[in-house]
Design a protein around this ligand. Structure first.
Ligand code: HEC
Length: 175
């Protein structure tokens, strides 16, 4: 009996060592897998999915800067960049309409296409033809389209203009 007891006690350090090894391996696997998860693009948090930028936010972040860049691209004679910005501006309007289907009971996608379709077509032809005069006319028409929607939706105070060399902003309220 005593012998068995001694043998039992004698085996204990081995058992402890085995548990320690198993735990270390477990932790190591955990570390590696958490690293590989961290290397993946992070999934958006529920809070991020729930945040919808307002129409005004999207105007400032996605529409206005592209309207200005489009003008600058043409001024620099960079027709490829103008074509790129025109596509980007159309895409931004599409996303705006999809994320805000209505405003004051008016369909935003319909409103967008009714005012921008013609100027976008003219801008596209002007850019393809590298025609500065046609571009200037189409760009002025697009700028009128911005303002006609602002007026229709009771935001006439947001007056968009064609930028100038000395004042590259497209907002009439500034400089
Ligand atoms: C289909 C309608 C529509 C069109 C087209 C449109 N906008 Fe707007 N825009 C709005 C509305 C609505 C607001 C007001 C949003 C608010 O305050 O809730 C706005 C606001 C703005 C603002 C002010 C945002 C702020 O919070 O200060 C800017 C700048 C702007 N628009 C730029 C433009 C430009 C540039 C164009 C043309 C390339 C354009 N918008 C075309 C509907 C439109």
């Amino acid at each position: 009996m005593i012998e068995t007891g001694a043998a039992h006690i004698g085996r204990r350090p081995i058992l402890v060592a085995m548990i320690a090894i198993a735990l270390t391996a477990f932790l190591a696997i955990g570390l590696v897998s958490s690293r590989s998860i961290a290397a993946e693009p992070e999934a958006p948090s529920p809070a991020a999915i729930g945040y919808l930028p307002s129409i005004g936010d999207l105007m400032i972040e996605t529409i206005q800067p592209r309207h200005e860049r489009l003008w600058r691209a043409e001024q620099e004679g960079n027709w490829d960049f103008a074509a790129y910005e025109l596509r980007a501006l159309r895409g931004a309007f599409d996303r705006l309409g999809r994320s805000h289907p209505t405003d004051q009971q008016i369909s935003l996608p319909q409103m967008i296409s009714s005012v921008t379709e013609q100027p976008f077509k003219e801008l596209n032809s002007a850019i393809q033809a590298k025609n500065g005069t046609a571009f200037a006319k189409a760009y002025a028409d697009l700028t009128d389209a911005c303002n006609s929607c602002h007026q229709a939706l009771n935001h006439g105070v947001v007056e968009i203009r064609v930028p100038t060399r000395t004042s590259p902003s497209d907002l009439n309220a500034t400089d």
